[in-house]
Design a binder for this molecule. Structure first.
Ligand code: GRF
Length: 256
């Protein structure tokens, strides 16, 4: 089934003044939800977090939703006979919120095809590594264990594989002497908080086009960072190998 009122992939909305509705799925602390809520609270943001769903009743993100006056729900796998039934319950709940975009903000479950196929090119995930390196639930720990000098975050569309869909944005974050998992993750999250609302906005506006692994925003669409990163007069120098430059993002604002 499709989300009620959902459009096809890459189908831009004409009614630009309309508020875009976002559903956020999470499992934990919800700092990325907070970034979405803060972005939506900006005057004239045109964004509204319409629904928050957690797979865990103890997720602090639910409290953030409550404080912001946003509808929140818990959908637990344990309450369903199997994975497919969990996916369908989640899909139906999210579809009922009529989202223009769905944001996975620290949602620690793999979404099955029943869910993903209902919202083609409308689901955005944030992952705390520079994909395709360090997929999975322990990306920051794994990157540190590998000894990388630079890690970061990837904001990407969700397909039916884990941590895999077309890349929307990436930002590099240098690993510092003495970093542990918490300190590195904290700095990575700062980049996630900056980029996730931008990516969700582009998707909610229907401005992102995809072709296989590539995602881009057509020029003249009025999107932030309009046009492919490689061809705009990009103020951001490429990150030198082994020479991380602190705080300088390598936003890949939607590539060709
Ligand atoms: C983020 O780093 C996200 O990339 C990862 O889980 C973390 C969630 O953080 N999947 P929070 O719950 O938004 O604070």
């Amino acid at each position: 089934m499709a989300a009620s009122g959902a459009r096809g992939p890459g189908e831009a909305r004409e009614d630009v003044a309309e508020t875009r509705r976002v559903a956020v799925l999470l499992s934990g602390h919800g700092t990325n939800l907070q970034a979405m809520l803060d972005a939506a609270a900006e005057p004239a943001s045109g964004l509204a977090v319409a629904l928050v769903v957690s797979d865990r009743a103890d997720a602090y993100g639910l409290e953030r939703a409550r404080l912001a006056g946003v509808d929140a729900a818990v959908v637990r796998p344990a309450d369903h006979p199997d994975r497919a039934a969990f996916d369908r319950a989640l899909r139906d709940l999210v579809a009922a919120a009529r989202p223009d975009a769905i944001c996975l903000a620290g949602f620690m479950r793999i979404l099955g095809p029943e869910f993903v196929r209902a919202f083609p090119d409308r689901i955005v995930n944030t992952h705390p590594s520079l994909l395709p390196a360090f997929r999975g639930a322990h990306a920051v720990r794994d990157a540190l264990a590998y000894g990388v000098r630079v890690s970061g975050c990837t904001i990407h569309l969700v397909d039916e594989q884990v941590d895999h869909g077309p890349v929307l944005f990436q930002a590099a974050v240098p690993v510092e002497q003495g970093d542990d998992e918490a300190s590195l993750h904290e700095r990575i999250k700062r980049e996630e908080h900056r980029l996730l609302p931008l990516a969700v906005r582009l998707v909610a506006d229907g401005r992102v086009r995809t072709d296989g692994r590539r995602a881009w925003v057509p020029e003249g669409s009025g999107a932030p960072h309009d046009g492919p990163a490689g061809r705009r007069s990009d103020p951001v120098p490429p990150t030198g190998a082994g020479e991380p430059h602190r705080g300088a993002p390598v936003d890949r604002a939607v590539q060709t």
